[in-house]
Design a protein around this ligand. Structure first.
Ligand SMILES: NC(=O)c1ccc[n+]([C@@H]2O[C@H](COP(=O)([O-])OP(=O)(O)OC[C@H]3O[C@@H](n4cnc5c(N)ncnc54)[C@H](OP(=O)(O)O)[C@@H]3O)[C@@H](O)[C@H]2O)c1
Length: 257
């Protein structure tokens, strides 16, 4: 078998939500390097424009869309605009996410709803729009959701995040079995602990930092670029017969007792 094109994304367009920094930015740049054009979405078009410039310097196209994904009812309109402006979208990568911490007994309902909207409902609505577009134009596609170690385990003070990440793992399976017949692969990546803006308070907390190092067989945090290989696998022809799976990139955390 000729493997030259196995991990290439030439002539593909990938939408990455949460592309302004952290894991989403690394994935977007990795996809561009593999030949894809990019649609970048977050709440901050200024930061996205900087990412877009890096992508254009690689010779790929980049389109910027500013949207707060917590406004889930607006997602169909935003997706339609993307299709009008960009055309066919081949890969959907749901990366935008938040974690708001509080004890379960005093966790307020509004915060709960917000975390669930951003981390679970928004990926679902994007996936729905993506599926409808693929069906209409009779082509397949790839959906990648970002789950977490918290899809499997948890710790105190993050009930909404844990529920949302448990949900996204199961949603990935639900969509995979329904949409296999349309040629849409739906998979998840579960990062271990990666150093990003989201985890900055944890990195800076000496006790938590030591806990991560002690619990990770590789004895370190991940860096965002280390997620790109898994994302490229799930976005490219290399994963054409893979669907409904969660791939953990965690330095061995989940294997460790
Ligand atoms: N870092 C880790 O250790 C880790 C581990 C497991 C899972 N994850 C997951 O990986 C994903 C990315 O995390 P990260 O560590 O890269 O976090 P991050 O550095 O805080 O980045 C979050 C991204 O999501 C975007 N975003 C947040 N809320 C949004 C909203 N309401 N609407 C649109 N965009 C929004 C942010 O963009 P703007 O602020 O520009 O809107 C940013 O681009 C999340 O789903 C997170 O749960 C991270």
């Amino acid at each position: 078998m000729n493997t030259d094109r196995l991990f290439r994304l030439d002539e593909k367009t990938a939408l990455v939500t949460g592309a302004s920094r952290g894991l989403g930015k690394a994935i977007a740049l990795g996809f561009a390097n593999a030949g894809a054009d990019l649609i970048l979405l977050s709440r901050n078009s200024e930061t996205l424009k900087e990412v877009a410039n890096e992508i254009r310097e690689m010779g790929r196209k980049a389109f910027v869309f500013e949207h707060d994904v917590a406004r889930t009812d607006q997602i169909p309109k935003v997706f339609e605009k993307m299709r009008e402006q960009v055309g066919r979208i081949d890969i959907l990568t749901n990366v935008a996410g938040v974690n708001l911490r509080n004890k379960a007994e005093t966790f307020d309902a509004k915060t709960w709803q917000f975390v669930l909207d951003v981390n679970l409902t928004a990926p679902f609505v994007f996936a729905q729009q993506f599926c409808l577009a693929c069906k209409q134009k009779r082509h397949g596609g790839k959906i990648i959701n970002i789950s977490s170690l918290l899809s499997e385990q948890t710790r105190p003070s993050i009930p909404a995040y844990t529920a949302s990440k448990g949900g996204i793992k199961q949603l990935t399976k639900a969509l995979a079995v329904e949409w296999a017949e349309y040629g849409i692969n739906v998979n998840a990546i579960g990062p271990g602990y990666f150093e990003t803006e989201m985890t900055a308070p944890l990195v800076q907390n000496p006790t938590f930092n030591q806990f991560v190092i002690d619990s990770t067989p590789m004895r370190r945090w991940g860096n965002a670029d280390e997620l790109v290989g898994a994302a490229l696998f799930l976005a490219s022809p290399a994963s054409d017969f893979v669907t409904g799976q969660s791939l953990y990139v965690d330095g061995g955390w989940l294997a460790n007792l």
